[in-house]
Design a protein around this ligand. Sequence first.
Ligand SMILES: *[C@@H]1O[C@H](CO)[C@@H](O)[C@H](O)[C@H]1NC(C)=O
Ligand SMILES: *[C@@H]1O[C@H](CO)[C@@H](O)[C@H](O)[C@H]1NC(C)=O
Length: 331
Amino acid sequence: MNAGRLCLLLHVLMCTSLVVHTFEPFTTTLAVGVGAALGRKIYYYFTESCDSNWIDFNATGLQVDLESKLFGQHIASRIILKAVTGFMSNDNPKKPLVLSLHGWTGTGKNFVSQLIADNIFNEGMKSSFVHIFTSELHFPHSSKFDTYKSQLQQWIKGNVSNCGRSMFIFDEMDKMHPGLIDSIKPYLDYYDKLDGVSYRKAIFIFLSNAGGESITQTALDFWKAGRDREELELRDLETVLSLSVFNNKKSGLWHTSLIDKNLVDFFVPFLPLEYRHVVQCAMSEMKARGDTPDMKVADLVARDVVYFPKSERVFSVKGCKTIESKLDYYT
Ligand SMILES: *[C@@H]1O[C@H](CO)[C@@H](O)[C@H](O)[C@H]1NC(C)=O
Ligand SMILES: *[C@@H]1O[C@H](CO)[C@@H](O)[C@H](O)[C@H]1NC(C)=O
């Protein structure tokens, strides 16, 4: 809740009570009536609803966030901005937006999902229209698969019925039961409506480590060849990504069926992070905490991170994941 909203509320409450104190029956009735109408308005002002007061895509905001808060991901950043901006500015999309984010842990997949949510929903990740599913948390026992399946379908249907502009994030997609993914396939498809519900304005984001190894290998080959990381292009990664993701026994199942039907709109590779990116993450985190970014501290933090391969020590094993706790230690 921001200060402006609070002021408005206090102001209305004071006005209402002043008017009521005039003791004149007509005015009182009027005041109560006006009060009730205003009350309703205030209720909607405070309670998140599925309209443009609460859901308002900011393309500039997303661009600025991607440029200033996400580090070392020039390919992902470009695809995400184009995909989300294109989708959000289309009033009549043919299907929901489906993004599949791939890469090593700590490279920014969750963070990007948050940036997208921040720039679509006023409440960001706290929005009641944003839903996160983690296989280990929501679907831990494969024996209960049938229950999960119908539950998940009900959730998606219920939430999209509530608000067409709903966002669903599936974390650890590679650990998800393939059948569970099959069960959400219809919602990702080109249907005008399913049982009277249109899913075409929804956003689905899949996060997985699948393909992380081959993305890393490609980035490492580039590095060894002395080439600039920013020269890496999507097409350098597309082949390795599809080979490792779609032919991998573990991740192949779910992807194959999503690919075959072209249900995933964009595959987004996340590159492994280097020392300088870890420094950037640390600087950014200090700034976010309201501290003055200190290069010395950022260097200490980045030096404390483990890098691989063992001989060259090029990429951070956990990306920027442990930066927060390391900062607590060094500041
Ligand atoms: C959109 O984002 C930009 C950049 O962060 C910001 O300056 C602007 O105020 C935002 N617009 C709205 C309507 O929130
Ligand atoms: C929406 O999804 C959440 C899980 O994120 C679930 O708890 C809730 O029941 C769903 N709402 C509806 C109306 O189905």
